[in-house]
Design a protein around this ligand. Structure first.
Ligand code: IDP
Ligand code: MG
Length: 138
């Protein structure tokens, strides 16, 4: 089994709330290796590619607007089974009910917006990870 890579994004809510360090620290403390890191302001073109699977869903346009609302921090983490390991650290999509102890469960909640502001993105498969890494770190 070769070492996996995943794309992690600290979304604009996490960066704005100055939680980037705490979030990255949890991933490093779990034992994954930080391979690349940068702060970047997304563009609509990047987000249309990144979120192509969600085009047409009711939350799609609010999601793109949210992701354009401030800088994001993009990282590549490496390690055995890091894709599922990071998604376990992140918690489920809805931060209100994400399990306490997870990033979303500890730091997130419903703010009454049209989109869930849930602090982080993590790739969901090896194919998605390579595709997304190509978008953010080309
Ligand atoms: P994930 O980030 O847990 O993989 P996805 O289903 O891939 O969740 O959705 C992408 C992002 O779109 C979520 O992280 C969240 O910010 C937002 N989102 C997903 N589902 C909803 C919804 O039902 N209402 C509002 N926002 C949503
Ligand atoms: Mg997803």
């Amino acid at each position: 089994m070769s070492t996996e890579r995943t794309l992690v994004l600290v979304k604009p809510d996490g960066v704005n709330r100055q939680l980037t360090g705490q979030i990255l620290a949890r991933i490093e403390a779990k034992g994954y290796r930080l391979a690349e890191l940068k702060q970047v302001t997304a563009t609509r073109a990047i987000l249309e590619s990144h979120y192509e699977e969600h085009v047409g869903k009711p939350f799609y346009e609010p999601l793109v607007e949210f992701m354009l609302s401030g800088p994001v921090v993009a990282a590549i983490f490496e390690g055995e089974r890091v894709i599922e390991g990071f998604r376990s650290l992140a918690g489920t999509t809805d931060p209100t009910t994400a399990t306490p102890g997870t990033i979303r469960g500890d730091f997130g909640r419903d703010w009454g917006e049209k989109v869930q502001q849930n602090l982080v993105h993590g790739s969901d498969s090896p194919e998605s990870a390579e595709r997304e890494i190509g978008i953010w770190f080309s």
